[in-house]
Design a binder for this molecule. Structure first.
Ligand code: FES
Length: 108
C-alpha cells in the first residue's frame, strides 16, 4: 500500500431476524456513516468494505482494519478510535491483527 491508497476498513453489515445477533441489526450502517464522515473530516484516506460476517456476531457491530486491529461493540460515538488506529496503521504503528484478543466466551 502506498500512502496515497486508502486503508480498507472491513465492516460487517449482516442482518438477521430479530432475536438473532447481527451487526446490521445493531445499526452497523450508522457506524459506517459516522466513520466515513469522521475520516473525511480528518482527510484520512479510508474506504469501507462491507462484509456479511466477521465471526463475532454477539459482539457487534464489528469492524476491522484490513491486516490490523479488530473493533467490537462499535458505536458512532467511537469512530474516532478507529480513525486513530487507521492513522497509526498507515504510519506503521498499528496493532497487528489479533483475533485472539477477543475473549473466547464472547465470540459469536
Ligand atoms: S453478524 Fe456481524 S460479525 Fe457476524
Amino acid at each position: 500500500m502506498t500512502k496515497a491508497e486508502p486503508t480498507t476498513v472491513i465492516a460487517c453489515v449482516k442482518d438477521r431476524p430479530p432475536g438473532s445477533p447481527s451487526c446490521g441489526g445493531r445499526d452497523s450502517r450508522a457506524v459506517i456513516a459516522a466513520l466515513e464522515a469522521e475520516a473525511a473530516r480528518r482527510g484520512l484516506p479510508l474506504r469501507v468494505q462491507e462484509i456479511r460476517c466477521l465471526g463475532r456476531c454477539t459482539l457487534g457491530p464489528n469492524l476491522r482494519i484490513k491486516a490490523g486491529a479488530f473493533f467490537v461493540g462499535m458505536t458512532a460515538a467511537r469512530v474516532a478510535e478507529v480513525c486513530d488506529a487507521v492513522a497509526a496503521h498507515r504510519a506503521g504503528a498499528g496493532a497487528p491483527a489479533d483475533p485472539a484478543a477477543v475473549p473466547p466466551a464472547a465470540r459469536g
